[in-house]
Design a protein around this ligand. Structure first.
Ligand SMILES: O=C(O)CCC(=O)C(=O)O
Ligand SMILES: [Fe+2]
Length: 295
């Protein structure tokens, strides 16, 4: 599926666009299976070590992790894409259906930014102490890069692995509030990087329930947030960022890679082992580096 001109116009007017049924289950399921297998492996280990009382093996994917974490949440920090680094997750970053949509806004020379996450948003209260970084306070994604990326367009792609609802912590945006650049943010203890109160736009807030297969596209200046998960299941999602190859990602200490190129197809990174290695090295060498610019 490619974006229509009407969809591109809508993105440019609103600063965001939800593309319904953009992906099939077959695009997303390999990632879910990869995560399910990892959680199964870790559950066996936790059970063998006496850290959980049962395996919860018959529970559905969106519930099993919550039940495990209720007893022991040591798996939780291992799940983000750069830590788990699965082959299916890496392949998904170059999913052709996804990139066809991205190309409509980024062009044919596409770099995958390392500002990317796979999020298991747990039911409120189950996350390790100190707040939940998956409950994102009002921010612009432009606010989580270094200043070197400020002049460049970066597209955020957000998608749920199962229905995202107001109850389990879907996203909210403030439409049409972009084009004025970066708003002042600050780093609020146990809340995260957020727009300062005085700079907060006053426009209408739009809540965005989404289904598996839907994709949310956001301009990096669109203020958005997500709410807590007050259900007893996990809100699984991915958020990825794409931009024109050659432009800075704003996280130079983490690995970006070429995801698609018409001009130089040989530059596309297709080797999982290289990606895996780049992340392993970068996570080691970037310890202590400040990812955000705010105090
Ligand atoms: O997934 C969430 O709850 C927050 C995501 C977010 O802020 C983003 O994808 O940019
Ligand atoms: Fe964000």
């Amino acid at each position: 599926m490619k974006l229509t001109q009407a969809q591109i116009d809508q993105f440019n007017a609103e600063g965001y666009l939800v593309v319904r049924n953009a992906l099939d289950a077959s695009d997303i399921d390999p990632v879910i299976e990869e995560y399910a297998a990892y959680i199964d492996k870790r559950a066996q280990e936790l059970f063998a070590a006496g850290k959980i009382s049962q395996l919860y093996a018959d529970e559905p994917f969106n519930r099993r992790l919550a039940l495990i974490c209720r007893e022991n949440n040591e798996i939780y920090p291992e799940l983000d894409i750069m830590h788990l680094r699965g082959k299916a997750s890496f392949a998904f970053l170059r999913n052709q259906n996804l990139l066809d949509i991205v190309e409509g806004l980024v062009g044919s020379e596409i770099t995958c930014s390392p500002i990317q996450h796979i999020r298991a948003k747990l039911p409120e209260g189950l996350t390790p102490a100190g707040g939940d970084q998956h409950v994102a306070p009002w921010h612009q994604d432009a606010g989580v890069t270094w200043a070197e990326a400020d002049p460049y367009f970066i597209l955020t792609v957000w998608l749920p692995f199962a229905a995202a609802t107001p109850e389990n912590g879907c996203l909210q945006v403030i439409p049409r509030t972009y084009g004025q650049g970066l708003l002042l943010h600050h780093s609020k203890p146990s809340v995260g990087t957020t727009i300062v109160e005085e700079a907060m736009p006053t426009g209408e807030v739009v809540t965005l329930p989404m289904n598996k297969g839907d994709i949310l596209l956001m301009h990096k200046e669109i203020p958005h947030r997500s709410t807590p998960n007050v259900t007893d299941t996990v809100r699984w999602s991915a958020d990825l960022r794409y931009q024109k190859t050659g432009t800075p990602t704003g996280r130079p200490f983490w690995p970006d890679f070429v995801a698609r190129s018409q001009a130089e197809p040989a530059t596309v990174l297709t080797d999982w082992a290289t990606w895996d290695h780049l992340w392993a090295e970068a996570l080691e060498s970037s310890k202590g580096v400040r990812g955000h610019r705010w105090q």
